[in-house]
Design a protein around this ligand. Structure first.
Ligand SMILES: *Cc1c(COP(=O)(O)O)cnc(C)c1O
Length: 391
């Protein structure tokens, strides 16, 4: 029996090294990585720029606490501010912590404004915001909430898509609306642009904050630095993690200045959050993402991947039920049980990940080439062929 908590249905497969799009198992088998450790390794494995940054950082201070100025954190925050709607940033170590900060900041903003009765958050079914008590309450997935006592008060969940229902749900206690522009875990649901724009309008009309969870769909994944950039709207708060550290634990909560200003000394904190190691690597990731042509490459590869997904649907109409997602966040709703199918692809040395609603999720490193996509879809197509022969 493993000495680790049994919280995961862990595969026995273990890896010892990686190179770009490839991972090599401890028994020296090569795999094509189309999951990036669940959307994290945006630059693939063993990226020379990240390795150099990490090696250099390892010989400087690793950690000093947030009681001191951390130049690398100041720099990363300034760069994120320059690239986004935000004026200020709080660094954390994970997506769930980034969400916690966003929720606390939203509530504190209204407390600070003399309206502490405004603390409710409207969130959506099919969403995922992490595994802390606050994040499971925000996510509202009954499977994740069950058995942990009463969820935190002040959250309600609506089906995404119905603006009238959202407006009806907004009341004097509503502080914020929280949504993933592309739902990841829940089944790779690309939220309609008109709905996101409508939410922004409702937030403005009713003085409610808009919080975007871009933990999975942000950081270049859809072909823009952040997915909401496709819509032209801006949030008041945004949670970021996964891609931001390229594999080093890092998360961030980005906020507009008038919202962040409520978070004065003593209101929030993190021992590790934004430490020199993490922020040095965060800066190195951003160097690469902001290189001219990087995001255009993601967009182009995203189009390529979606073309292949549609081909697959034409070829196997009984097995491929729907194609979803945006850019290099791909979802294929399939008829065969998805976990079994992920196992079949692993047998063909292709790593993918399941999402809710029986969706096969493709989250390749953003550095992939057309040849990698061709190779992946040959494997997926072969797996479907085999599956249909067995039936
Ligand atoms: C993964 C994820 C989280 C939680 O991130 P952790 O780093 O696992 O805490 C939150 N929101 C979304 C959209 C995610 O995909």
């Amino acid at each position: 029996m493993s000495a680790l908590f049994g919280t995961y249905l862990r595969d026995e497969l273990a890896f010892e090294r990686g190179e770009g799009m490839r991972l090599y198992s401890t028994d020296s088998v090569e795999y094509l990585d189309f999951m990036s450790g669940i959307g994290v390794n945006v630059l693939g494995h063993n990226d020379p720029h990240l390795v150099t940054a990490l090696k250099n950082a390892s010989e400087k201070v690793w950690h000093v606490s947030n009681l001191f100025t951390i130049p690398e954190a100041e720099k990363l925050a300034e760069r994120l501010v320059a690239e986004t709607f935000a004026d200020q940033v709080f660094f954390a170590n994970s997506g769930a912590e980034a969400i916690e900060c966003a929720l606390k900041t939203a509530r504190r903003h209204f407390f600070d404004a003399g309206t502490p009765e405004k603390f409710e958050i409207i969130a959506f079914t099919g969403s995922f915001h992490g595994r802390t008590l606050g994040a499971i309450s925000a996510g509202g997935n009954p499977d994740y909430v069950k058995g942990f006592g009463p969820p935190l008060p002040g959250f309600q969940h609506l089906a995404p898509g119905d603006l009238k229902a959202v407006e009806a749900a907004i009341g004097p206690a509503t502080a914020a609306i929280l949504i993933e522009p592309v739902q990841g875990e829940g089944g790779v649901n690309d939220i309609k642009e008109s709905f996101l724009k409508g939410l922004r309008k409702l937030c403005d009309k009713h003085s409610v904050l808009l919080i975007l969870d871009e933990v999975q769909c942000g950081y270049g994944r859809t072909g823009k630095l952040f997915a909401h950039e496709w819509t032209g709207i801006e949030p008041d708060l945004m949670a970021v993690a996964k891609g931001i550290g390229g594999g080093f634990p890092l998360g961030a909560c980005l906020a507009k200045g008038d919202v962040a200003k409520a978070m004065v000394p003593g209101t929030h904190g993190s021992t590790y959050g934004g430490n020199p190691m993490a922020c040095t690597i965060g800066n190195a990731v951003l160097d690469r993402l902001l290189e001219p042509g990087f995001l255009e490459h993601v967009e182009e590869m995203g189009r390529e991947m979606h073309w292949h997904m549609h081909q697959l649907m034409q070829k196997f109409p009984d097995l491929v039920l729907e194609v979803r997602g945006k850019g290099l966040m791909g979802g294929i709703k399939i008829a065969p049980p998805v976990r079994d199918f992920v196992g079949r692809l692993k047998e063909r040395n292709l790593l993918t990940v399941a999402a809710g609603d029986n969706v096969l999720r493709l989250l390749p490193p953003l550095i992939l080439t057309k040849a990698d996509i061709d190779e992946a879809f040959e494997k997926i197509s072969a797996a479907f062929s085999d599956y249909s022969k067995e039936k």
